[in-house]
Design a protein around this ligand. Structure first.
Ligand code: NAD
Length: 323
C-alpha cells in the first residue's frame, strides 16, 4: 500500500522541501497552501490552493486518513515581520485559526500522526540576554515569557497539539525549529530571515562595499540547513516521542560572523554598517541534549556548507532579477 502524507504550508519554504523529500520516499503527497510555491514547481501528487483558516476548507482537504500530516502553515516572517509589532494581531489570529482547524479536522478523520512546527521564539526573553550563554533547553520554556506575539501563538498551539494527544489519543509531535535556511526560500520582500537577507546583501554588493546590519551584530544565533531540518522532522514524527524538542544547530555565531562567512563564500571584502532595526533576543542557540537522547540523532552539518549552497542560489536569483 502506498503511504500518504498531507503537507500544510506546502507552498512555503520548509513545506516545499518536505513535499520533495516525501515524494523521494515514495509517499503519495497532497500539498495545501494559500498560494503556489514562488521558487519551485511542486512535485506533490495533488496541490490544493485554499485558506486553512476556513474550517470547511480544512475538512475538504483532510478527506482521508493520511498516514502522516505535517502542519507547517503559519503567518510568519523574519525579524522585520514578527518583531516590529505591526503584524501581531494578524500573526496570532491567522496562525491560531489554522492550527485549531487543521487539528480538529485531523481528529474528525481519526488521523493519528500529526507533526506541528513550533519555534525557538517560544523561549523566555529573560534566558536569552547574554549573547554567549543563552538558555534554550526544552524545559526552560516556563515560566513563559516569549519576546514576540508570534512566540506566544506558537506556545499556545504547542499546548493545543499536545492536549489532543492526551485527550484524544492522537500521536501529535511538536518540534521547536531554530532558524531554518536554505535555497528556495524567501530572500527578499520583507519576510526573509537573516541568512537569506545577508546572502542577498552580499550578492548585490561590490567588494569593499558596506552592507546594513540591524543592531551591533553581536547578537548570536544558530542556523540549521533545510536537509537536516527535514531529517529531524521525519524522525520525530515516526518516533514514540511527542516533544516538544529542539530541531536546530548548536553552531552559534554572531550576526557579524555570519556576514563574514558569507563574504568569504562570495570572495568579497564586505564592511558592516550597523543601523537601528528589530534584532530580537540578544542570544539564542539550540540545545540538542534532548533530541540526541530521545531520537539518537542531532544535526551535524557545518554552517558554512549550508551557506555555500544557499548563497549560490540567492546569488543566481539576484542575477535573474537584474536581467
Ligand atoms: P513559510 O512562510 O515559507 O511557509 C508557511 C506557509 O504557510 C506559506 O507558504 C503560507 O502561504 C502558508 N499559509 C499562511 N497562511 C495560510 C492559510 N491561511 N492557508 C493556507 N496556507 C497558509 O515559512 P517556513 O519557513 O516554511 O516555515 C514553516 C513552519 O515552520 C511555520 O509554521 C513556521 O512558523 C515554522 N518555523 C520556521 C522557522 C524557520 O526558520 N523557517 C523557524 C521556526 C519555526
Amino acid at each position: 500500500m502506498t503511504r500518504t502524507a498531507l503537507v500544510c504550508g506546502a507552498g512555503g519554504f520548509i513545506g516545499g522541501h518536505l513535499v520533495a523529500r516525501l515524494k523521494q520516499e515514495g509517499f503519495w503527497v497532497r500539498g495545501v497552501d494559500i498560494k503556489f510555491h514562488e521558487h519551485a514547481e511542486t512535485v506533490a501528487d495533488d496541490f490544493v490552493i485554499g485558506d486553512l483558516r476556513e474550517q470547511a476548507f480544512c475538512r475538504s482537504v483532510i478527506d482521508r486518513r493520511f498516514d502522516e500530516v505535517y502542519q507547517l502553515a503559519a503567518d510568519m516572517g523574519g525579524a522585520g515581520y514578527i518583531f516590529t509589532g505591526e503584524h501581531d494581531a494578524d500573526i496570532m489570529q491567522n496562525s491560531a485559526a489554522i492550527n485549531l482547524n487543521v487539528l480538529e479536522a485531523c481528529h474528525k478523520r481519526t488521523i493519528r500522526k500529526v507533526f506541528y512546527s513550533s519555534s525557538a521564539c517560544i523561549y523566555p526573553a529573560y534566558n536569552q540576554q547574554d549573547p554567549l550563554n543563552p538558555k534554550c533547553s526544552e524545559e526552560s520554556a516556563y515560566p513563559a515569557a516569549p519576546d514576540s506575539e508570534y512566540g506566544w501563538e506558537k506556545l499556545f498551539s504547542e499546548r493545543l497539539y499536545l492536549a489532543y494527544r492526551r485527550n484524544y489519543g492522537m500521536t501529535t509531535h511538536v518540534a521547536r525549529y531554530h532558524n531554518i535556511f536554505g535555497p528556495a526560500g524567501t530572500w527578499t520582500g520583507g519576510k526573509e530571515k537573516a541568512p537569506a537577507a545577508v546572502c542577498r546583501k552580499v550578492a548585490l554588493a561590490k567588494s569593499g562595499d558596506a552592507i546594513d546590519i540591524w543592531g551591533d551584530g553581536e547578537q548570536t544565533r544558530s542556523f540549521l540547513y533545510i536537509d537536516e531540518c527535514l531529517e529531524g522532522t521525519t524522525r520525530l514524527l515516526r518516533s514514540e516521542f511527542a516533544g516538544p524538542v529542539n530541531i536546530g544547530s548548536e553552531e552559534m555565531v554572531t550576526i557579524n560572523q555570519l556576514v563574514d562567512l558569507v563574504a568569504d563564500i562570495a570572495g568579497k571584502r564586505i564592511r558592516k554598517h550597523h543601523i537601528a532595526g528589530p534584532t530580537g533576543v540578544r542570544g539564542r542557540n539550540s540545545d540538542n541534549r534532548l533530541v540526541r537522547e530521545r531520537l539518537g540523532w542531532a544535526p551535524s552539518m557545518a554552517l558554512s556548507s549550508g551557506l555555500e549552497r544557499t548563497y549560490g542560489w540567492i546569488e543566481a536569483q539576484t542575477r535573474r532579477n537584474a536581467a
